[in-house]
Design a protein around this ligand. Structure first.
Ligand code: SF4
Length: 304
């Protein structure tokens, strides 16, 4: 089936794998222009890829580069991380926030050491069994570290699918199915990386269609209509505001304890502007999460 816009001489198919082949070719041609110079891209070490994927969960790419180098310099292998106390991992997590990920990565390293002879597993099923590894992270590691032909679907890629491939809003299950249908069997890692790059650099919430290198293969660009991928394209939930949040206060508590163990009174004095009841519940939450422990009057990072 074809449609022709009155104001546009270009004709496009509206369904079927032909669209996908056209889009794949356009994306392949554009990939050198799309590529971002990120140190974990095409990195040969699966552990380095796994660490990058943990850090990239809920954190901007630009904020991950420096901690990623620092972390791998300290823990170049899963076993090096697994053998270290959690407090050492938390110190290296400085600047990244969402510290439960640091604990999960530490536990994942221990699982890799104990159940996989210190080698990051290759299969999605085994990757999914690691603490802190969900569908996205497992697929990303399987694709980027082991060239498995599985889709890597995040919010950015969800926007590309909705706009460029189908020009309609997708439910999460539809986006997953379409992403998997689209990924080629050969060179899937390069394809997945190019999709992520396209979503991050051009197909943003406010898309840069005039400069987009795959615009000639994009259905929304060609057919028009309302944006089919408003907000997060249904793939993820937007993050809450950081300023003044409990997340911010948790970060301040952990930053103080990275310097040294403190008495509860000393720790409290580091938290100007946080009322006592809120401080107590945030500290209790950090203890429940296994990041902080109290021994008598002293509060410290777990493992110190
Ligand atoms: S032309 Fe616009 S909507 Fe289409 S893929 Fe490029 S940035 Fe996204």
């Amino acid at each position: 089936m074809t449609t022709r816009r009155p104001d546009d001489a270009r004709t496009v198919t509206t369904s079927g794998s032909n669209d996908y082949a056209t889009f794949r070719r356009a994306l392949r041609r554009a990939s050198p222009q799309l590529a971002r110079p990120l140190p974990w891209i095409a990195h040969p070490d699966p552990w380095a890829v796994l660490v990058s994927e943990f850090m990239l969960q809920q954190t901007q790419t630009s904020r991950v580069v420096e901690p990623w180098h620092r972390f791998l310099a300290a823990f170049p292998t899963p076993n090096a991380c697994a053998d270290a106390p959690l407090s050492a991992v938390l110190r290296l997590w400085s600047g990244l926030g969402y510290h439960r990920r640091a604990k999960a990565l530490h536990e994942a390293a221990r699982r890799v050491r104990d159940a996989h002879d210190g080698e990051v597993p290759r299969e999605v099923r085994d990757l999914r069994s690691l603490p802190g590894v969900g569908e996205y992270t497992a697929n990303a590691v399987a694709s980027f570290a082991f060239a498995r032909p599985v889709a890597v679907l995040d919010t950015n890629v969800g926007r590309v699918l909705a706009r460029a491939l189908v020009n309609r809003t997708l439910r999460p299950a539809e986006a997953r199915a379409l992403a998997q249908e689209l990924v080629p069997r050969r060179d899937s890692a390069s394809f997945n990386q190019a999709m992520l790059d396209l979503g991050a650099r051009y197909c943003k919430s406010s898309p840069l269609c005039a400069d987009c290198p795959v615009a000639m293969a994009c259905r929304w660009r060609l057919e028009g209509g309302v944006d089919p991928a408003p907000r997060s394209a249904g793939v993820s939930r937007p993050q809450s505001t950081f300023e003044g949040s409990d997340r911010q206060v948790r970060g301040r508590v952990l930053a103080a304890l990275r310097e040294s163990a403190l008495t509860s009174a000393q720790l409290r004095s580091c938290l100007d502007g946080v009322e006592t009841g809120r401080y107590g519940s945030i500290l209790a939450g950090l203890v429940d999460d296994g990041l902080v422990e109290r021994r008598g009057r002293v509060v410290r990072l777990v493992g110190d």
